[in-house]
Design a protein around this ligand. Structure first.
Ligand code: PHE
Length: 347
């Protein structure tokens, strides 16, 4: 049994030291430092290979072999430790970041219909029950349809009732009301009887404020046939307000003027806010105007292809934004087309 050489003893001591240190290591950074100290090219273990010439010749292979064993042993332990640390790291993460599957999920944001789409559909439904069908006509109109054929000739003072957006093309304008649809419908259906609603956006060159917009919807009502009377109109419109606002609603009609009807009228509903007593919303009147109406003027009937000696009709123009404002107590018309979702999400 030969004495252990000095080098081997040194190596054994070094291995012990390395193993003891490794035991204590709990994190990846210290582990890398340990590897640099004991297994890198410049480490103490590797230095032994360079120191082989110090030993007697016959001892060298043995020492070399032993140095290799130490190196391999340390490498194996390093790998084991590395796996352990990684696993511990994973376990800790799993513990801390555990999913709580009982938490309620996040609700995805849902789109919805615009308040005026909803109100328009309700209006169509009510009139559909009374036999009126929707007839669409264009937003961009001729001056002729929007004014002249409705008994409002050029330079007629009544044109001041509608502040108009003109286009660069002479005779082409943005419609100021849905009434030009009356002429279009009559020219298409004459001499058949007509019962239509004409909905859509209208445009007026106006100062915008809480009750005025430069664009807004209207719903025009038109009935043409034989023996249609003012009483039919009154009954139809009163029935509409009942179905829209409820049985108990009170309405009244006042004479008014529109060039394309004769006689003309306006309909008011009792103010919802003050129940007719008078408040700031109704301007102290106790009533709120919701529509203009009247018997179709003979000139307009003729322009539409109906003989006013045989046919008669009534027309009305409703403001759906007005209807919503009354129903939901919206105090500023600018909310409708301002696209603020805080407003839109409420309906
Ligand atoms: N077109 C009219 C307006 O915009 C309303 C109206 C329609 C009045 C039909 C009478 C008949 O003011």
């Amino acid at each position: 049994m030969s004495e252990k050489t000095e080098l081997i003893q040194e190596l054994e001591a070094l291995q012990k030291k390395a193993e003891l240190e490794l035991k204590e290591i709990q994190d990846a950074v210290s582990l890398q430092n340990w590897r640099a100290a004991y297994l890198s090219r410049s480490s103490d273990v590797m230095a032994f290979f360079k120191r082989l010439p110090e030993a007697p010749k016959e001892e060298r292979p043995k020492i070399g072999q032993f140095a290799n064993q130490v190196k391999t042993a340390l490498e194996k332990q390093f790998e084991k430790k590395e796996i352990m640390i990684k696993q511990a790291y994973l376990d800790a993460n799993l513990k801390n970041e555990r999913l709580d599957v009982t938490l309620p999920g996040r609700k995805p944001a849902r789109g919805r219909l615009h308040i005026q789409t909803l109100v328009l559909r309700e209006i169509y439904r009510i009139f559909a029950e009374m036999g009126f069908q929707v007839y669409r006509s264009p937003d961009v109109e001729s001056d002729e349809n929007n004014f002249e054929l409705l008994n409002i000739p050029a330079h007629h003072p009544a044109r001041d009732l509608w502040d108009t957006f003109y286009t660069t093309k002479p005779g082409v304008i943005m419609r100021t009301h849905t009434s030009p649809g009356q002429v279009r419908a009559m020219r298409e259906f004459s001499p058949e009887p007509i019962r239509v609603v004409l909905p859509g956006m209208c445009y007026r060159y106006e100062q915008i404020d809480a009750s005025h917009e430069i664009q807004f919807n209207q719903v025009e009502l038109l009935a043409v046939g034989k023996n249609i009377t003012f009483g039919d109109m009154k009954g139809t419109l009163e029935e509409f307000t009942k179905r829209m606002y409820g049985e108990g609603v009170r309405t009244r009609m006042r004479p008014s003027y529109f060039p394309f009807v004769e006689p003309g009228a306006e309909m008011d509903v009792e103010c919802f806010v003050c129940a007719g007593k008078g408040c700031s919303v109704c301007g102290g009147k106790g009533w709120l105007e919701i529509l203009g109406c009247g018997m179709v003027h003979p000139t307009v009937l003729r322009n539409g292809g109906y003989d006013p000696e045989i046919y008669s009709g009534f027309a009305a123009g409703l403001g759906p934004e007005r209807i919503s404002m009354l129903r939901y107590r919206i105090d500023d018309i600018r909310n409708f087309w301002g696209n603020d979702v805080r407003f839109l999400e409420q309906f």
